[in-house]
Design a protein around this ligand. Structure first.
Ligand SMILES: [Fe+2]
Length: 479
């Protein structure tokens, strides 16, 4: 845990997470500019690590914040919003105690070191969301998802999706095939050597197929790729030193070590059988997120992702929790070409030499070629060691060009989510913006073809929304 540093000068982004975010009930949202597009009907959900402090103590890492879900409904009569903490057992226990009780990714549990092993890690339910027909899942990669009511965001409880045994985790980056409704995901079970569990669910979320693979050591795997008929895992060159974690002398985050000598391990898995097609190895890098993958006409697998040359990004993200960063974690939007039958990498190419995060493609293109990738970026000229992502952009793979939204000084957009229009071929880009000039949050809607123009609509939110990782969109008519 970190003691709050009150004295040093902080950047504008820090104010959004200086205090725990305040919930609000279902509330009509004022239109601040423009109008809501007629074909934009449905709900934006975002998961936000919203409480990074209790009783004057800060969490150790941005990943440790308690999850709160924002829902913004776009209807024929206007927009409404609701913001609710996920009522996890850990959140409720710490609320009752008025202090931190548990360890987490970036913090050991308070108290005597010899007593650490008795205390479970808190499921923070803070990373992403998956909208199903009858429930919203709040995802966290070290445990089971929490199910919430799609409208009220009331927490129903932990959900095992029909077949998640105790000890099987469900990561925060499921991949949904929009045509088949199948949902693929994975979970890492730690041990002396970790196990990679791979899951296939039907459209309701119910797990219908599982498989597992032994890994060397305990790596950190945050995301994976659906590429045509394959599931691809790049296992980064990071391994957990488990002993200090078990002894309670180190957090998970501090015990994760960059080991470039072991390279990046590649697993290619058949999406039908969930069996191994091939495995291989390539040069070391670290990635949190993949944009997308697909099989090109030659049969090669194309994987686009945000590539770091080392694991300094984890240090930077831990510093975010304290409200002041000093570690630069540069990356590049990168493409890997590999042969699925051998897992041999035949090309590694930089698509865009800009530091960014949260790359994604329209939901209907997941696993297939997508002309456009959306992402958050640092504006050019930004000091990336001190700032938070402050721009959103769309990369056009056909022309290798970028269009970028300039939101102005001290404004921090969330991951941009492309959303199809219900009436035509048009699409919109939704982002939740923290405006550090006025200490308030807004929802901005852009025309996806005109990200460099003014937003078509902006909506006011009743309270500041914490900076967030991931969200999703649920169209009104989708069940
Ligand atoms: Fe993520």
């Amino acid at each position: 845990m970190q003691i709050i540093d009150q004295k040093s000068t902080k950047k504008a982004w820090a104010s959004a997470i200086a205090q725990p975010a305040k919930e609000f009930p279902l509330t009509p949202l004022p239109i601040l500019s423009g109008k809501i597009p007629e074909g934009l009907r449905g709900t934006l959900y975002r998961n936000t690590p919203a409480r990074l402090e209790r009783a004057g103590m800060r969490v150790g890492h941005w990943f440790d914040g308690d999850g709160a879900i924002l829902a913004v409904n776009f209807t024929d009569t206007g927009a409404t919003g609701v913001y609710r903490y996920v009522q996890t057992a850990g959140y409720q226990a710490e609320s009752a105690a008025g202090k931190f009780l548990y360890g987490n990714y970036g913090m050991t549990a308070p108290g005597l070191i010899w007593n650490q092993w008795r205390k479970p890690v808190k499921n923070a339910a803070n990373t992403s969301v998956l909208a199903l027909s009858d429930k919203l899942l709040a995802l966290w990669e070290g445990g089971h998802p929490h199910a919430l009511d799609l409208e009220t965001l009331a927490t129903k409880g932990l959900d095992n999706l029909g077949d998640l045994n105790e000890g099987l985790f469900y990561s925060a980056h499921p991949k949904v095939d929009s045509q088949t409704g199948e949902i693929f995901n994975f979970g890492i079970t730690p041990g002396l050597n970790a196990t990679l569990n791979v899951y296939k669910s039907n459209f309701t979320g119910k797990i219908i197929q599982k498989s597992k693979f032994a890994l060397a050591g305990i790596p950190l795997i945050h995301d994976f790729v659906l590429a045509g008929k394959y599931l691809i895992f790049f296992v980064p060159a990071v391994r957990l030193k488990i002993l200090p974690v078990l002894l309670g002398t180190s957090s998970y985050s501090d015990a994760l070590k960059w080991q470039p000598e072991i390279g990046t391990q590649i697993l290619v898995i058949d999406r039908e059988t969930l069996s191994l097609v091939s495995q291989g190895e390539t040069e070391p890098w670290y990635q949190w997120h993949f944009a997308n993958g697909y099989v090109d006409p030659s049969g090669a697998v194309i994987v686009d992702f945000t590539r770091y040359d080392d694991f300094q990004t984890n240090q930077y993200l831990s510093e975010v929790a304290a409200g002041k960063t000093r570690t630069a974690a540069k990356n590049r939007f990168t493409r890997v070409v590999l042969q699925p039958q051998t897992a041999k990498v035949t090309a590694i190419e930089t698509l865009l030499d800009r530091t960014g995060e949260f790359p994604n493609v329209p939901q209907q293109n997941v696993g297939k070629f997508s002309r456009y990738t959306y992402m958050s970026l640092f504006r050019q000229g930004t000091d990336i060691s001190q700032e938070l992502l402050n721009a959103i952009a769309r990369f056009d793979h056909n022309t290798a060009t970028l269009i970028e939204a300039n939101l102005g000084e001290n404004r921090y957009p969330s991951e941009p989510l492309p959303v199809p229009d219900a009436n035509n071929q048009q699409s919109w880009v939704l982002t939740v913006v923290y405006d550090g000039n006025f200490d308030r949050s807004e929802v901005w809607v852009f025309d996806s073809d005109r990200l460099d123009a003014e937003p078509v609509c902006t909506l006011g939110l009743p309270s500041v929304i914490a900076h967030s990782f991931h969200g999703t969109w649920k169209s009104k008519n989708l069940v």
